[in-house]
Design a protein around this ligand. Sequence first.
Ligand SMILES: NC(=O)C1=CN([C@@H]2O[C@H](COP(=O)(O)OP(=O)(O)OC[C@H]3O[C@@H](n4cnc5c(N)ncnc54)[C@H](OP(=O)(O)O)[C@@H]3O)[C@@H](O)[C@H]2O)C=CC1
Ligand SMILES: O=C(CO)COP(=O)(O)O
Ligand SMILES: [Zn+2]
Length: 351
Amino acid sequence: MEIHEHIIELPKKVYVGNGILSKLRDYLFQLNVLEPVLVVTGPNVRKIVIDEVAKGLNEIGKIEFIEVLDSSIDEVNRVEEKAKQLNPKFVLGIGGGKTIDVAKYVAYKLNVNFISIPTAPSHDGITSPFASIKGLGKPVSVKAKMPYAIIADINVLSSAPRRLINSGIGDTIGKLVAVRDWKLASKLTGEYYGDYTASLALLSAKHALSCTRIIHRDLKYSVSLLTEALISSGVAMGMAGSTRPASGSEHLFAHAVDLLQPNAALHGELVGMGSIIMAYIHGINWREIRNALDRIGAPTTAKQLGIPNDVIIKALTIAHTIRPERYTILGDRGLTWASAEKVARDTGVIE
Ligand SMILES: NC(=O)C1=CN([C@@H]2O[C@H](COP(=O)(O)OP(=O)(O)OC[C@H]3O[C@@H](n4cnc5c(N)ncnc54)[C@H](OP(=O)(O)O)[C@@H]3O)[C@@H](O)[C@H]2O)C=CC1
Ligand SMILES: O=C(CO)COP(=O)(O)O
Ligand SMILES: [Zn+2]
């Protein structure tokens, strides 16, 4: 068997627990965080966590905050300009996926340490060495910095709006399809398939499925399970050196919808919906995925998201063009309009 040559990137420390943001100061000392520090956050998040964060950062020394509105290259450039003036030793990203991506990408460009402090369990970029930046020419993620450390406060994460929590479940359930696509590609094209990283991604998906059964009675425990699943999916990406274990045809559908109708839905919501359709095409248990998403109130129909049927069908017909180098069940030619309409109707995604 040929040995695949690769570099494994992993975070140095991962702190997970209830109310641990109050110990931010201690963690930063443990991590030898040196000033100046640039804190990248978002306008909503800043209001929610600012007091706790400010307390923790008080004794560090020179700190500056910057708020980002989206994960566009323009926002990256703005944060980078600020960073160049400050010359930070550490960049902290505090917020949802977009904020973390911008912070992570700027830290990568300037080669400074990055600490990931998620405030919503909505995506697996919490730990991955990749960032989704809009305006770089492709709707998919690019190489960025593996977080030096992650501080995941379950109190904060479980207080996030339920829609964001559900979205993280959708992003994670997507791995059931992504791993299928990867295995298929390895059989058809000879692409390297990493058994270990694929298993890790699948394990995350299985735990996300369990979350859908227990979240009604134990939100905090479910969010802690989900957070670990998101972290280990990110670790799978770091080990694989690519997002392959975590992103297949279900993500291509999500990226395609995002291109056709930007901001129509959260990333994980579209991934969840894409997973239903792609599982159907793979011939695996798509009903289990749909039922799991229904159970938690995550969207399983285009109507729930206010997305017109034509957008869903068009997205399915262009999904294979989004990342042609990554083979999936959609093949090289993708779906015709008629077959896209049929799969979307058969799965109940469109009426
Ligand atoms: N790098 C990677 O490997 C991955 C990247 N992604 C990317 O992540 C992004 C999706 O992230 P997602 O988090 O879903 O969306 P956003 O980052 O857009 O966050 C959605 C909203 O939630 C708010 N928010 C965050 N935390 C809280 C909280 N605790 N309470 C109240 N509001 C909160 C944010 O506020 P505010 O306005 O303050 O930001 C924002 O308005 C996509 O761009 C996707 O491509 C997804 C998966 C993997
Ligand atoms: O969202 C991701 C993993 O959940 C990253 O996927 P992409 O590489 O397709 O952007
Ligand atoms: Zn994703």
